[in-house]
Design a protein around this ligand. Structure first.
Ligand code: PLP
Length: 395
């Protein structure tokens, strides 16, 4: 190499030489592009056989994909820049035509509902929103003959739990693809593909990352099912960046032990809340009086999850806003899956993009608070929530 200063400054120290050491923690590969001494190697890399350009494939995202696929019990995984990008990719991979039908849950994440409504409107596709927890839902799917069914394994925010195996049987009967957004239980709580889903979707922003420091999404399934998604991502460029992939993989390392504690804490908080006279109703699939408790025991193999929702007795939106300001330990933040407890008013946050009619049909009232139960002492969490409810309802 030249010894001229400008060249040395740009090129020296760009490659480790002669070391056999393997780092315990993967390095963060920030280079968007790589070069090869051999044109044949470059040619092969452009076919996807090695890393050459990070829109095609990138080391940190690939390591995360390997880890998420393994956690999901799936053959492969494609990582995305966000959970919404993953949901969009699944819709677009179906090549839907005018007149096709997509079934989705009527009580799921409001932003997903808006996204799918927009995508469907552009393609002339009809969206049928159903309560997928209804016993008649599989029959309705068979009657509607959709091309795609999108379920949430635990719905956001009401924590209803559909029987994914029954939805998979119905979808298979009419040749529909079944996609399951399993963000709420995470792959620790449900491996949707093992229950018959074609695609297991995660907003990795949540429990997988676990620390609210990186946005991301993933779709897992068979290599064959994912091949068109990978090809579309190469063209569309909705890739996960190296820092985000690295942080998420770091979170993944502790997912099982975090989730075990989140589940235990959520169960304790749900119990404490249900003992209070200020609370109208507690929504938690682990409570015996939850409408889907029996199904949840079967499809949530890793426990009932870290999410709890509750209705404050007699509360309207201003009361709930006062509650959000009154919590001292929890944080009023519109996300979930963090080590610290996060609270949110569902109607004005996760269900914000639904119409008032859609919210009403889904049963999302103004008094509903959603809690992502953190790793603090569970009695401290319950004390904080109950004190804030009491403060908010003093009026
Ligand atoms: N799916 C569910 C169930 C969610 O709760 C969210 C976000 O809150 C998403 C998908 C979207 O994920 P992201 O914010 O990573 O795009």
């Amino acid at each position: 190499m030249s010894t001229k200063r400008k060249t040395v400054a740009v090129h020296a120290g760009s490659q480790l030489t002669g070391s056999k050491s393997q780092p315990v923690v993967p390095p963060i590969h920030v280079s968007a592009v790589s070069f090869f001494d051999s044109s044949d190697e470059l040619d092969e890399a452009l076919d996807g056989k090695d890393y050459v350009y990070s829109r095609i494939a990138a080391p940190n995202a690939a390591l995360l994909e390997e880890a998420v696929a393994a956690l999901e019990g799936a053959e492969a995984c494609v990582a995305y820049a966000s959970g919404m990008a993953a949901l969009k990719a699944v819709f677009e991979a179906q090549n839907l035509k005018a007149g096709d039908v997509v079934v989705m849950s009527s009580d799921g994440y409001g932003v997903t509902r808006s996204l799918y409504k927009n995508l469907a409107a552009r393609a002339g596709v009809r969206i049928e929103a159903l309560m997928l927890t209804d016993a008649a839902a599989p029959e309705r799917i068979v009657a509607l003959r959709p091309k795609l069914v999108l379920a949430e394994s635990v719905t956001n925010p009401l924590l209803r739990v559909p029987d994914i195996r029954a939805l998979a049987r119905a979808s298979r009967e009419v040749g529909a693809a079944l996609a399951v957004d399993a963000t709420f239980p995470s792959p620790y709580g449900q491996r949707s593909c093992e229950l018959g889903a074609d695609y297991a979707i995660q907003s990795t922003t949540k429990w997988l990352n676990g620390h609210s420091d990186a946005l991301g999404g993933s779709v897992s399934g068979t290599k064959e099912k994912l091949a068109p998604l990978r090809a579309a991502r190469l063209l569309g460029g909705e890739v996960l960046g190296p820092f985000e992939a690295w942080l998420t993989l770091r979170g993944v390392r502790t997912l099982p032990i975090r989730m075990k504690a989140h589940c235990e804490h959520a169960a304790h908080v749900a119990k404490r809340l249900s003992e209070s006279s200020l609370i109208e109703r507690v929504h938690y699939p682990g409570l015996p009086n939850h409408p889907d408790h029996a199904v949840a025991k079967q499809v949530l193999e890793g426990g009932f999850g870290g999410m709890v929702a509750f209705d404050i007795k007699g509360a309207g939106r201003p009361d709930c806003f006062r509650f959000l300001e009154a919590v001292k330990l929890a944080r009023a933040a519109p996300s979930l899956g963090d080590v610290c407890t996060l609270v949110m008013h569902a109607a004005s946050a996760s269900a914000r993009r639904m119409t008032p009619e859609e919210r009403q049909a889904a049963g999302i009232g103004e008094s509903l608070i959603r809690v992502s139960v953190g790793l603090e002492d569970p009695d401290d969490i319950a004390d904080d929530l109950l004190a804030a409810v009491s403060e908010a309802m003093k009026r």
